[in-house]
Write a protein that binds this ligand. Structure first.
Ligand SMILES: *[C@@H]1O[C@H](CO)[C@@H](O)[C@H](O)[C@H]1NC(C)=O
Ligand SMILES: *[C@@H]1O[C@H](CO)[C@@H](O)[C@H](O)[C@H]1NC(C)=O
Ligand SMILES: *[C@@H]1O[C@H](CO)[C@@H](O)[C@H](O)[C@H]1NC(C)=O
Length: 235
């Protein structure tokens, strides 16, 4: 069917390249992330699924386990990833999804009680000379396990930043006058320009509408052109 073909063409133009979704179970055994080491490319996603207990995923620097990334020298002035503390309820396993925006190492720990000291640590893309065993052994001796103040980074698969996050569902069902992602730092350029393209993507490409990048804006223009051409054909 012609219109279906056009829709899928539009979607493929507007959506970025292929990505891999990595899955990490949180609290599958006890105080653990499974797997605890992931290698991912830019544009990939990591989905943490909370299976038991009360746990979180908080970013730290390699040099400073069990404390928020923003408190470290490396992370000064930045907002680290943080899921918040999460307790699964019956028949529902909550998730926290991040997008890999660079291949810089992401070290993380559970800030609940002394879980970090007890080996509940992990890493995405460890750097040269860095090891999870070393991070863990430093963590073991620390007297404090600190949680970040701000939840940050949760996004949806298909979103083009890791910051589409916290604010409700991403679908742009109506044009909101305020920028959608109210949270901190990284959200960048996007928000203002996104409203201009949202009317298009709302009808055609809801799955990828979570945020706008320059690429998406360009993509949306192409989508518009393709759809207009298609409508003329059908008319
Ligand atoms: C992650 O889980 C999803 C859904 O079950 C699956 O499609 C995908 O292949 C998994 N990713 C990896 C890397 O195993
Ligand atoms: C992340 O966002 C998804 C989709 O909106 C939501 O279901 C999930 O509960 C959120 N997770 C956290 C930790 O906020
Ligand atoms: C942790 O503490 C133990 C016992 O005090 C000590 O032997 C070990 O070297 C310490 N590890 C690190 C990485 O500081």
């Amino acid at each position: 069917m012609k219109s279906a073909y056009l829709l899928s063409l539009a979607l493929s133009v507007g959506t970025s390249m292929a990505y891999t979704v990595y899955n990490v179970s949180v609290g599958e055994g006890a105080l653990d992330y499974t797997p605890n080491t992931i290698t991912a490319d830019v544009g990939d996603y990591v989905v943490f699924t909370f299976l038991s207990g009360t746990h979180g995923v908080a970013q730290a620097s390699y040099d400073s386990p069990c404390s928020p990334y923003s408190d470290s020298t490396e992370g000064a002035g930045k907002t680290g990833l943080y899921s918040g503390l999460i307790t699964p309820i019956r028949n529902y396993d909550p998730t926290y999804t991040i997008r890999i925006d660079s291949t810089d190492p992401i070290w993380f720990y559970c800030p609940e009680a002394f879980h970090c000291q007890s080996g509940m640590v992990g890493v995405i893309n460890p750097g040269d000379g860095q090891s999870l065993a070393e991070f863990n052994s430093v963590a073991e001796n620390l007297s404090r396990n600190l949680a970040p103040a701000v939840e940050f980074g949760n996004t949806t698969i298909g979103a083009t930043t890791s910051d589409a996050s916290s604010s409700s569902s991403s679908s742009s069902s109506s044009v909101s006058s305020t920028p959608s992602s109210s949270s901190s730092a990284a959200s960048s350029v996007a928000s203002t320009s996104s409203s201009s393209s949202s009317s298009v993507s709302a009808s055609a490409a809801t799955s990828s509408s979570a945020s706008a990048s320059n690429a998406n804006i360009a993509g949306s223009a192409v989508i518009l052109a393709v759809m207009a051409a298609g409508l003329r054909l059908l008319a």
